[in-house]
Ligand binder design. Structure first.
Ligand SMILES: Cc1cc2nc3c(=O)[nH]c(=O)nc-3n(C[C@H](O)[C@H](O)[C@H](O)COP(=O)(O)O)c2cc1C
Ligand code: SF4
Length: 415
């Protein structure tokens, strides 16, 4: 179990809402350094190779730079995205509940680097314990010297708020989160303009995932090279993988970015359930793609997984064993997207329901070749037809299942 839970989920980080305990275990040191030279923060984050861990893998420093460049805006927002509502992803709730100070310190450093004065912790309403711990933790920071020093540096009082998201999956999309902060229904907005240009109430806005922000204080404290060296090969840092499905020990595992799929399942996950054989892994959650047993050697980092026609996404790994009907499982996932669609874009609203209907028909042995051809056709015409990436996610999982398990689809057809 070497390498397990070495930074974000290390016992020194999992101190709960007691700020004194966090400081006693080395917390605050990153913020102390950040206060000395805020201008050095973005170059440091760039050098570290930190990428967005909310699904996209987008380089974090680029979003920070875009907001920092808006020097003349009096108001700037940081939304710390803890909506986390996709099936199979359950890492951010643990960070919020067990390591609230790690999250808050990272957010304060991001604010210093970019000149942000309003920090919103945007949290899934179902995780009450996490919300309670964040409330208590924020209050402690507000009464600390750190708070005064950061406010002094950004030349206005730092404003913290905790916002329960609406509980909709779509509310985690970045522009939908902006709408929520504006107290509206989380309908995603058209992009461009991007949040750095036109975010909450028209102000420059940075949206970062909870796991992404959790890394920040450690990088500032220990340096870019330290963070790079945590990963395997070209990958940087660690990743919290949410492991679930037909394995002996499901759970969250913080491991070096680039740990192989085989090690994750067989060493950390304890292997497959007794008498079960691996059939496939839904990587990155249902909005993503599949890996199969021939991919067990793949290093679980953004670039290596992408090279296998898949993507790391949030790091969710849903393991399924032989005997699991892939068509049925994909139908369930696409139905989730159909129910989650906000309905603004007709191709998304009708397309996801239509795909789910066709999949259910095939799964029940009632499908015809024309239905399968319709599914293949939808994979070509639907991507990019919506305002946000929900529709792309629904098509991705379908397309990947068709690529890997076409035989199973054909076998289920009536004609
Ligand atoms: C439908 C949908 C739901 C999303 N839900 C979340 C979420 O719950 N949490 C999250 O961090 N990012 C979510 N994202 C990604 C965000 O739009 C955004 O890319 C992310 O919060 C940026 O943070 P990062 O750069 O640190 O990854 C979602 C995206 C889509 C399209
Ligand atoms: S793609 Fe779907 S979820 Fe996204 S904005 Fe359009 S209708 Fe809403």
């Amino acid at each position: 179990m070497e390498h397990l839970n070495q930074v974000l989920l290390h016992e020194n980080s999992r101190v709960g809402p007691d700020l004194e305990a966090w400081l006693a275990h080395g917390g605050g040191a990153g913020l102390e350094i950040a206060l000395q030279e805020p201008a050095a923060l973005i170059p440091l984050i760039k050098e570290s190779g930190l990428r967005g861990l909310g699904g996209s893998g987008f380089p974090t420093h680029r979003k920070w730079t875009a907001v920092a460049e808006k020097k003349h805006s009096k108001e700037k927002y940081l939304i710390c995205n803890g909506n986390e509502d996709e099936p199979g992803t359950f890492k951010d709730r643990i960070l919020l509940e067990e390591t609230p100070h790690q999250v808050i310190e990272g957010a304060m450093i991001a604010a210093l680097a970019t000149g942000i004065n309003r920090i919103v912790f945007y949290i899934n309403p179902d995780i009450e314990d996490a919300i309670a711990n964040m409330q208590s933790s924020v209050a402690q920071w507000e009464g600390s010297d750190f708070y005064l020093k950061v406010s002094d540096q950004i030349q206005q009082p730092l404003d913290f708020s905790i916002l329960r998201s609406s509980g909709h999956y779509i509310g985690g999309e970045e522009t939908a989160a902006i709408e929520s902060v504006e107290k509206k229904f989380p309908f995603p907005r058209r992009k461009p303009p991007f949040p750095a240009e036109n975010g909450v109430h028209g102000c420059p806005t940075l949206i970062d995932n909870i796991e992404t922000l959790s890394n920040v204080s450690h990088i500032v404290k220990n340096g870019a090279k330290w963070y790079q060296d945590l990963g395997i090969g070209n990958a940087c840092g660690t990743k919290i993988y949410s492991l679930s499905g037909d394995i002996l020990s499901p759970g969250v595992y913080e491991l070096p970015m680039g740990t192989s799929l085989s090690d994750l399942i067989n060493i950390y996950g304890g292997g497959m359930l007794v008498n079960k054989k691996l059939k496939a892994v839904f990587t990155g959650g249902p909005s993503n793609t599949l890996l199969t047993p021939k991919d067990l050697d793949v290093p679980l980092d953004f670039d290596s997984v992408a090279a296998r026609r898949s993507s790391l996404g949030t790091g969710a790994m849903i393991v399924v064993s032989e005997g699991t009907g892939i068509v049925k499982r994909v139908a369930e996932y696409v139905s989730f997207f159909a129910h989650s669609s906000c309905g603004q874009c007709p191709p998304c609203k009708t397309g996801t329901y239509y795909i789910a209907m066709l999949l259910n028909k095939i799964d029940m042995g009632q499908g015809r070749r024309a239905d399968l051809e319709a599914l293949i056709n939808l994979c070509e015409i639907l991507p990019g037809s919506g305002r946000c990436a929900l529709i792309n996610g629904a098509v991705k999982v379908l397309e990947s299942s068709l690529y890997h398990f076409m035989g199973e689809y054909e076998h289920s057809l009536k004609d």
